[in-house]
Design a protein around this ligand. Structure first.
Ligand code: UN1
Length: 513
């Protein structure tokens, strides 16, 4: 049992007491109380440049350490996450406003991906290919890429970094992490954990430099750090998680310098509920999907496309379930929904609901009144909200992602109409169908079914396991992180042909000279 509290994880020269904050600090607030937790000094452009130079330099030696040895270090980092599971989970709850079960769940996701990466460190497989030339051998191998940039959002302040960094580390890359400006403390804590392991080991002892620079962290403004990172030709890959607007900017700048980007952007995730669905499972799956993390997952359920014969029962079941949702302090075990991250997020929710009303929708619970009910109390609290959409319409507001617990219920007559409505949005991250018909399920998973990167049957849209590739299509950005063969994006593919004959035949049978 560890007795560590998260305050020991925050020991860092950049972190000061909020009362000592200057203009160069960003204060991290607890979204449930509005109280400052600590202040973090923003890095200058010069400090950013120094970190990239150090990460580039240490890459030269890190890439030559055998991958299973890099895996051994990742194994130790994963074990350190295990040791600090509770304090890290509490810090996530305190800084991002997630309920404690979800805060700890996120740390578990970090442990899981570290385990996955350890196994991967012995499985960075390439192909052998039959050559058309006699006594020639062809193979494909995967080489480390370089120093990669990781830009993460507030809502998964530790797991998204872990998805990227644990894989990138075994692949032989070094990294620069730029966390969200609202969750710098969790980033400092995670980096401290990784650095503690890197400082106390004798597996990687570079001739020049500090092993900690494998896991670099920068925290700074858009001007001093954010934009320079995107434009930096020393960074061959930027992996970015966040809004579609942010991703577009990343894609533009990184594409402009012909580097790689891995984009995991907004979703507008729907569940199709057929007339033969198990409605108890529907209610449970939807509750977690729509209310979990206060609707602030990119996989959160935003739309229910509900068959006309069950729509009333599902709506009533959800209204009952929503009444039981305890809203409040994320650190209380009985709380099911914490606050939104900032007051701006509350405003975004309010604006979406005003628009929904203007577009003819009916608010069944929560809503603007729910926001008002919490307005005088500290913290960015709202109530989970259900909105009924007029039949046969698809209001504009339902085509956008609002990062808040709003669930739009549509009534559909059949799977054709549901699929049409389902795919008629710009985003394509996660999707689900609840049905007991193998035909409906099969069609949902067919090329004419869901157009998303994640498609589930009798499981909600959120809470994906780390073993699968995670990401989505269309405006979600097309990137894949986490499991399956997502690791390939962190490496460069090299096709190697060896001629072991004493002739010099050319491919395609060309005779030359
Ligand atoms: C995110 O919201 O950016 O599938 C990631 C899920 C989590 C990850 C969400 N495992 O909901």
């Amino acid at each position: 049992m560890t007795t560590t509290t998260f305050s020991s994880l925050l020991e860092h020269p950049w972190v000061v007491d909020p009362s000592d904050a200057t203009d160069s600090h960003t204060i991290s607030y607890n979204p449930a109380t509005g109280e400052p937790i600590a202040a973090v000094r923003r890095q200058t452009n010069e400090e950013y440049n120094d970190q990239v130079a150090r990460s580039n330099a240490i890459f030269k030696e890190w890439r030559m350490l055998p991958a299973p040895k890099r895996g051994e270090l990742v194994r130790r980092i994963g074990n350190a996450f295990r040791e600090y599971e509770r304090p890290l989970g509490e810090l996530v709850a305190m800084e991002a406003g997630k309920i404690i079960a979800e805060g700890i769940g996120e740390v578990v996701e970090c442990i899981d991906i570290a385990d996955f990466a350890v196994g991967l460190s012995r499985q960075l497989y390439g192909l052998t290919i039959a050559s058309e030339r006699p006594r020639h051998a062809m193979m494909e191998q995967w080489q480390p890429l370089g120093t990669i940039g990781i830009i993460s959002a507030f809502n998964f302040p530790v797991a998204v970094w872990a998805w990227n960094s644990m894989l990138a580390a075994v692949c032989g890359d070094t990294m620069i992490w730029k966390p969200s400006s609202t969750t710098p403390l969790t980033a400092i804590a995670m980096t401290n954990v990784a650095h503690e392991v890197m400082r106390n080991q004798d597996i990687f002892t570079p001739e020049h430099g500090d092993p900690c620079d494998v896991f670099g962290l920068v925290f700074g403004s858009r001007e001093e750090v954010g934009e320079p990172l995107l434009a930096d030709r020393r960074i061959p890959l930027i992996s970015a998680t966040g809004s579609c607007k942010m991703g577009r900017r990343v894609g533009e700048v990184v594409g402009g310098r012909l580097a790689k980007s891995l984009l995991e952007l907004g979703g507008n995730n729907a569940i199709i509920i057929m007339d033969d669905a198990d409605l108890d499972m529907v209610i449970r799956g939807t509750l977690f999907g729509a209310v979990g993390t206060a609707g602030q997952r990119c996989t959160s359920t935003r739309r229910l496309l509900c068959h006309e014969s069950v729509v009333d029962e599902v709506t009533n079941g959800l209204l009952k379930a929503y009444e039981q949702v305890q809203i409040g302090n994320p650190l209380d075990d009985s709380t099911l929904m914490g606050p939104l991250i900032t007051e701006y997020a509350v405003e975004d929710m309010r604006n979406a609901l005003v628009q929904a009303k203007e577009e003819g929708c009916e608010i069944l619970c929560g809503g603007i009144e729910g926001i008002e009910r919490w307005a005088d109390r500290p913290g960015n609290f709202v109530e989970p909200t259900i909105v009924k959409v007029p039949r046969g319409t698809q209001p504009e507001v339902t085509k956008d992602e609002t990062f808040a617990p709003i669930l739009y219920i549509f009534t559909i007559s059949d799977l054709d109409e549901a699929l049409e409505m389902h795919n008629n949005v710009d985003q394509g991250l996660s999707s689900a169908i609840f049905t007991n018909s193998m035909r409906s399920a099969g069609r949902f998973l067919s090329p004419e079914g869901s157009d998303c990167g994640i498609a589930n049957v009798n499981i909600g849209t959120s809470g994906a396991e780390i073993g699968g590739a995670f990401g989505g299509e269309k405006d979600t950005g097309g990137g894949r992180e986490s499991g399956s063969d997502s690791w390939k994006v962190y490496m460069r593919r090299q096709t190697c042909t060896t001629n072991w004959s004493d002739e010099m035949p050319l491919a395609q049978g060309i005779e030359f000279g």
